[in-house]
Design a protein around this ligand. Structure first.
Ligand code: MN
Length: 510
């Protein structure tokens, strides 16, 4: 079987999703899980974009081994130098540089002639080659380029030393048959293409990123680029979990394999969702909470030449338990750990203690906790470790639309209390938290949904806040009390804002 290489760009292209602000440690944690999952290349970031981004790539390069660490750089010496510096301590490293090749982009975005674009492309690859053996070249907006020009650019950059050629559908504009045709065209017309690996990088603007990528892979691409849960700007990138499971489930007919351990998919997906604050829709393919409901898993799954009519994937193949188990309140931390293990979470002792406290708190008010609720608690426990913890909330309401909230927080170890009035209880709580934390943010969006079953369910709140010019920050909170869930979500968003401020200040001193 032909072997496909997986490049994960969750930390570079995926991070461009509105509201995602991962700190360096979160990026490290995701990188380590990506190694467990078995991706071949981690695109860790764009070092020239900011000092924080540089530091993240440098740390990942230094600490994450057993995988190629790739950094992104525009086609100029400054960005390539910066990228190379960030990658210096990597075991194996790759620089991903490139330039736009469509008439529209060359004219309007770059204001360069095609001749100049070729010169810059060649110079960039040659410069990157001074630092690393593996140089990946991207031909931005390739699908709207002139084919003869594209062939010319690719031949020249391969001659200059590019080892991977990325053909991105930058705007998510292509169809599967065009992707297939494009990869075939490049393979048949670029004279020295056998010296490089072709890569597909698709976007989901028309909902076809996975289909487009697979078409490119089938036509001969040796590498696919994507993100976990499909995070990314606009409609997102190709979902790596969908590619991995399609190759696995249909291995008999596709005949291409990758090095991923499918059983790590659930844990990877949950971790990325928890740390980015981007929830996974219930119906999401492969990793959604409803994706396997009603499947009689005991019938097995479709393998090569098999015929199992009721199920195409058994949930444990992606690392999910087959039943939605119930945990009773009397369970000790060990039983909780076993259940979390089964659900795909691995925790250190400290984190387990914290989650156990949440579990007891939740089980106390409800009597039992379902797996789905446990997952939500995991998200909650994970995000609440950072800085701001809600200790107590009391609300008094007067008349139709006035409320007073008294909120007690644990703020970096100090216990502080403040009261505020608002148009309703949630508004009053947010105002009290604002007073306590002292950061000026603007609430852009607020969502509340329920998880679990029946009336004794959990409230899951998501808030989006805007801070300065740094864009949107997402916070999530879960509790059996919806006001508390809302407060936790808001506190979570403010924790992230504070981390952002701290990281930026730390960078400014260097
Ligand atoms: Mn992209």
């Amino acid at each position: 079987m032909r072997r496909l290489s997986l490049l994960d760009t969750s930390l570079r292209d995926g991070q461009k999703s509105l509201g995602i602000n991962l700190n360096v440690n979160e990026k490290l944690e995701i990188s380590r899980q990506l190694v467990k999952l078995g991706v071949d290349v981690i695109e860790a970031g764009y070092p020239a974009a900011s000092p924080v981004e540089f530091e993240a790539v440098r740390k990942i390069a230094r600490e994450v081994k057993g995988v190629v660490i790739c950094g992104f750089a525009g086609a100029n010496e400054r960005e390539i130098d910066c990228c190379a510096a960030a990658l210096k301590e990597a075991g194996r490293s790759r620089i991903h540089t490139g330039i736009a090749v469509s008439p529209l982009y060359m004219e309007k975005k770059l204001q360069l002639t095609p001749g100049r674009v070729v010169e810059l492309a060649v110079a960039a690859v040659k410069h990157a080659k001074k630092y690393v053996d593996e140089v990946q070249f991207y031909a931005e907006d390739a699908f709207r380029s002139d084919r003869a020009f594209l062939v010319q650019v690719l031949e020249r950059v391969i001659e200059a030393g590019a080892t991977v050629i990325n053909i991105p559908d930058t705007l998510g504009y292509a169809t599967p048959w065009e992707c297939s045709e494009m990869i075939s065209y490049v393979m048949n017309n670029v004279r020295n293409i056998q010296r490089a690996v072709l890569s597909v990088h698709c976007h989901n603007d028309l909902g076809m990123a996975t289909a487009n990528s697979l078409a490119g892979i089938k036509a001969g691409a040796g590498q696919v680029e994507g993100t976990i849960n499909g995070i990314g700007e606009r409609a997102g990138n190709t979902c790596l979990e969908e590619i991995i499971m399609t190759l696995y489930s249909r291995r008999g007919s596709i005949g291409i394999q990758c090095g991923a351990k499918t059983r790590e998919l659930a844990a990877t997906s949950r971790l990325v969702s928890r740390l980015t604050g981007v929830p996974i829709p219930a119906h999401k393919a492969i990793v959604g909470s409803n994706a396997y409901t009603g499947n009689p898993a005991s019938l097995g799954e479709i393998g090569p030449g098999e015929n199992a009519p009721f199920v195409i994937i058994a949930p444990d193949t992606v690392g999910l338990p087959e039943d939605d188990g119930v945990l009773q309140i009397q369970l000790g931390p060990q039983a909780l750990q076993q259940r979390l293990d089964k659900l795909g979470y691995s925790l250190n002792k400290e984190d387990l203690d914290l989650v156990y406290q949440y579990f007891l708190h939740s089980a106390d008010s409800k009597g039992a906790v379902y797996d789905q609720e446990l997952r939500e608690l995991m998200g909650e426990a994970g995000v609440e470790q950072r800085g701001i913890l809600i200790k107590n909330i009391s609300i008094t309401t007067t008349g139709a639309s006035r409320a007073t909230a008294t909120v007690t927080l644990d703020l970096d170890g100090d216990t502080v209390t403040e009261a505020a009035c608002g148009t309703g209880p949630v508004d009053a709580v947010f105002k009290a938290v604002d007073l306590l934390v002292g950061e000026r943010v603007c609430l852009e969006d607020y969502m509340l949904k329920s998880v679990g079953r029946g009336r004794e369910t959990l409230g899951d709140a998501t808030v989006k806040v805007r801070y300065g010019d740094n864009g949107l920050v997402i916070g999530r909170g879960v509790s059996s009390d919806v006001i508390e869930a809302s407060a936790r979500a808001y506190a979570n968003a403010l924790s992230k804002v504070k981390t952002m401020i701290r990281e930026n200040a730390a960078q400014a001193r260097v």
